[in-house]
Design a protein around this ligand. Structure first.
Ligand SMILES: Nc1ncnc2c1ncn2[C@@H]1O[C@H](COP(=O)(O)OP(=O)(O)OP(=O)(O)O)[C@@H](O)[C@H]1O
Length: 580
């Protein structure tokens, strides 16, 4: 069963760092098994001595011992659960962290394939299920396996025939559990997959509530929800039928085992091979043996659910980004130089998003990228940030191949700002510093003032401690853009990419943003993508794209002066500001 193996492999990888706790847990298992199995033996000794006339004080001593063991035993059972749960939480918290980092290091294709709802389901819900698996695996399987072995040793010690019979019974029960588990695991995987799809659907629709209402698509959305829920119920019903089959099989097996043990004991008693106290002890151990097997069964449903989630976690961990990290660090000591050399790129086979694009920017130069929608402007910026790698051609930053650069240093040196600024559920300070405590308040306020956000900041009830909420608290689209600029100043990149930042702004806010841009772009290389020609006033060179190919490039002033250039015609058609 590959899923179970995958789970064990995962467990083993994480257990390596928890060896002392693991050793402690095994000690608790051994003591607990000893306490649980010694009780019936004490009782047997009591029964053997009950008719002896000189055994009064011995019987009191045995009874006290029995009581003592009965009192301590639950404490160790509790300790067993506590240590196992603790160990499991430590492992799964680490796994949750590793999974989050793993998802964050994926390329853009990954984000397109897995909607946020599905990822939350995997990183959080699946890992919680896995936590249950680990703790149940440790307590129900390993702990109970200790107990089964302990009981089996004692039964063999009492009589080899009883030992053999119960060993056969344990083996048949475990094989039956194993078989039923293999049969039902795919049903639980289906349930989990369906749940992931349902959550993905819900997350997407909730994020698009405004659009759904505006287009009167509520009924369509509800139909989609009902369809998915109905499918989930069907899959859950099938999985529950398997649980029922497993449980019924085990009940039959237990009844047969008790009957066989009693029959054999009575037979041995008739042969005078054992006394009546031993008959009782054998029966006691047979019932005690059922208990760990039953507990394994009790947890089976959760284990089946968990093995489904383990497959999904392992599948997620096996996805590796197509973007390979480089080793060279990009030191930013000023504006960066950039070169695209014959770059071609396609998202999918048969379609070409960019074809043989070549251009270069000297440090401090500003390029204006223009072109119709779908012409490939954003694709250029995505290649530059290494969300994808081009199939042909190379990109160089400061004369170093992009693929040779350390990704973290590259993404610290190149900042992309688009119209969707992410405002976090955090304070103004945290939204600007992105939780970097080393940045002083004075520095933050100084930047806000330079960007023209001083009035907005002074109106905040708690200053930098005011909490911002996405879409709320008086932050207009323009102010959100300025907040993104403030973040850029603090990270101090050598190249800034502005993707359509002013397209949703009114003319007054756009003017305000333009003033802030003067300050932002000082001593930085930049690429500006804009439909609004006012924003292009500041660019040095222009590159016009059409269907992924460059149809024109040159100095902005020269192109604007040439009445036959695409750029000049765009200016004319746009009937907007003169860009000279
Ligand atoms: N993730 C993607 N998967 C497949 N094709 C894509 C993807 N993103 C973009 N494309 C396609 O690549 C081409 C270039 O898209 P791109 O977003 O770069 O254009 P753009 O000029 O930035 O458009 P806009 O001005 O509308 O943002 C388009 O044909 C687009 O449909």
């Amino acid at each position: 069963m590959p899923r179970f193996k995958a789970a064990l492999f995962l467990l083993q990888a994480y257990l390596k760092n928890q060896l002392p706790t693991l050793v402690g847990l095994f000690l608790v298992f051994i003591i607990n098994t000893a306490l649980l199995t010694i009780g019936p033996l004490i009782l047997q000794t009591y029964l053997v001595n009950i008719n002896r006339s000189d055994s009064h004080s011995l019987l009191i001593y045995i009874a006290l011992l029995f009581l003592g063991v009965a009192a301590i035993s639950p404490l160790f059972s509790l300790l067993e659960v506590f240590v196992a749960e603790n160990l499991s939480l430590q492992i799964t918290n680490q796994l949750r962290l590793d999974l989050t980092l793993h998802c964050l290091h994926q390329d853009l294709d990954f984000s397109l394939k897995y909607p946020p709802g599905e990822l939350i389901e995997r990183v959080d819900d699946d890992v919680s299920d896995l936590n249950n698996f680990f703790s149940r695996f440790l307590v129900s399987i390993v702990g109970n396996a200790f107990l089964i072995v302990g009981i089996q040793v004692i039964l063999f010690h009492i009589d080899w025939r009883v030992g053999t019979l119960m060993l056969l019974f344990s083996a048949v029960s475990l094989l039956a559990i194993n078989r039923l588990h293999t049969l039902s695991a795919p049903h639980w995987k289906n349930v989990l997959q369906m749940r992931g799809k349902l959550f993905g659907f819900l997350e997407e629709r909730l994020a698009g509530t405004e659009d759904i209402r505006a287009c009167h698509a509520e009924m369509y959305t509800l139909r989609g929800l009902v369809e998915r829920t109905r499918l989930l119920v069907r899959k859950q019903r099938r999985a529950l039928q398997m649980i029922f089959a497993t449980r019924s099989t085990m009940v039959v097996l237990f009844s047969v085992s008790s009957a066989l043990a009693l029959t054999l004991s009575i037979y041995l008693y008739a042969l005078r091979a054992i006394d009546i106290a031993t008959v009782y002890t054998i029966y006691y151990f047979t019932v005690l043996l059922n208990s760990p097997l039953e507990q394994i069964l009790e947890q089976w449903r959760n284990l089946q659910q968990s093995t489904g989630c383990i497959t999904r976690i392992v599948e997620l961990l096996e996805i590796h980004s197509n973007i390979k990290d480089g080793e060279r660090m990009l030191q930013v000591t000023g504006p960066l130089a950039l070169e695209f050399r014959d770059v071609s790129f396609s998202y999918a086979e048969g379609t070409q998003a960019l074809q043989k694009i070549s251009f270069s920017l000297r440090p401090g130069e500003i390029l204006g990228l223009i072109g119709r929608t779908g012409s490939g402007k954003s694709t250029i910026t995505k290649l530059l940030a290494r969300f994808h790698d081009p199939q042909q051609g190379v990109i160089l930053v400061n004369d170093i191949l992009l693929t040779e650069l350390n990704l973290q240093s590259l993404r610290a040196a190149i900042v992309l700002i688009n119209q969707e600024v992410q405002i976090l559920h955090a304070t103004v300070r945290e939204n600007i510093t992105l939780f970097d405590d080393t940045i002083s308040d004075e520095r933050v306020i100084q930047i806000l003032e330079k960007l023209g956000l001083d009035q907005w900041y002074q109106g905040l009830p708690k200053g930098l401690d005011t909490r911002l909420t996405p879409g709320e608290f008086g932050l207009s689209a323009g102010e959100a853009q300025l907040l993104a600029f403030a973040r850029v100043f603090l990270s101090n990149p050598g190249l800034v990419i502005l993707d359509e930042i002013s397209s949703r702004l009114d003319p007054v806010t756009e003017q305000r943003l333009e003033r802030a841009l003067d300050y932002l772009l000082q001593d930085r290389t930049a690429i500006i993508i804009a439909h609004r020609l006012l924003t292009l006033q500041r660019v040095d060179t222009v590159l016009v794209l059409e269907n992924g190919t460059c149809i024109e490039q040159g100095l902005r002033r020269q192109l604007a002066d040439d009445p036959h250039s695409h750029f000049a015609q765009l200016l004319q058609k746009g009937n907007m500001e003169v860009l000279q």
